[in-house]
Design a protein around this ligand. Structure first.
Ligand code: MD6
Ligand code: FE
Length: 207
């Protein structure tokens, strides 16, 4: 397995999930999305919709609306608990995260052609000692990462279907985003598009 250190604290495993595991995960994610339909998050204050649609699995889910960003145990539209995390995801976490406790939230982002995500920090969690683990499925993304200050130097890398990316240590609060999606390189999703999963530990584990 190729393990690329992109920057201190940022590790990229191209093709971490083999094609059969990617296909099996897509089947499980269709069930997640049946129980917890994709919703359109909105920017705090302005209410401007994101171009990415989202859902979650696990005991907590990340949501965003006019009142802010937060984690909550219930779907913002259906009011139901998030479905459980597929075992393949907790397995990837055990395999790659190097963190003793299980993740609580898996944010599922869906990008159609033209969707992107602005530079941001992941800082709505209480536990920054845990890394964030990302898995990508479907179309390739151009991912950009910088330092912990906005406006610093950035580098970009492509995330293809099956790739894993870990953000931890001194990179845990690095700015990052998705510049664009490159369609046509993966046949995993018949209608195209990209799914990104980010696994997070939200609460501080009790000692
Ligand atoms: C994406 N990823 O790949 C967006 N956040 O669609 C993220 O925002 C992200 O990949 C924290 C750690 C890893 C990530
Ligand atoms: Fe992020």
């Amino acid at each position: 397995m190729t393990r690329l250190v992109v920057a201190p604290g940022v590790v990229h495993w191209p093709g971490y999930l083999p094609p059969e595991a990617q296909a099996a995960l897509v089947v499980e994610l269709r069930e997640v999305a049946r129980q917890a339909p994709f919703f359109q998050p909105r920017m705090p204050k302005t209410g401007k919709p994101f171009s990415v649609r989202m859902t979650n699995c696990g005991s907590l889910g990340w949501v965003s609306d006019e009142t802010g960003y937060r984690y909550q145990p219930l779907h913002p539209v259906t009011g139901e608990p998030w479905p459980p995390m597929p075992v393949a995801l907790t397995q990837a976490w055990r395999d790659l995260a190097g963190y003793a406790h299980l993740p609580e939230a898996c944010l599922v982002n869906f990008y159609e052609a033209g969707a992107k995500m602005g530079l941001h920090q992941d800082r709505d969690e209480q536990e920054f000692d845990a890394p964030v683990l990302s898995l990508s499925l479907g179309d390739t993304a151009v991912f950009r990462i910088g330092g912990t200050q906005r406006g610093g130097k950035t580098v970009s890398l492509k995330l293809a279907s099956g790739d894993a990316l870990l953000f931890g240590g001194e990179a845990r609060l690095a700015y990052h985003g998705i510049d664009r999606i490159i369609a046509g390189l993966s046949s995993l999703l018949p209608q195209g598009g990209r799914i990104n999963l980010t696994l997070r530990r939200v609460t501080k584990p009790r000692a």
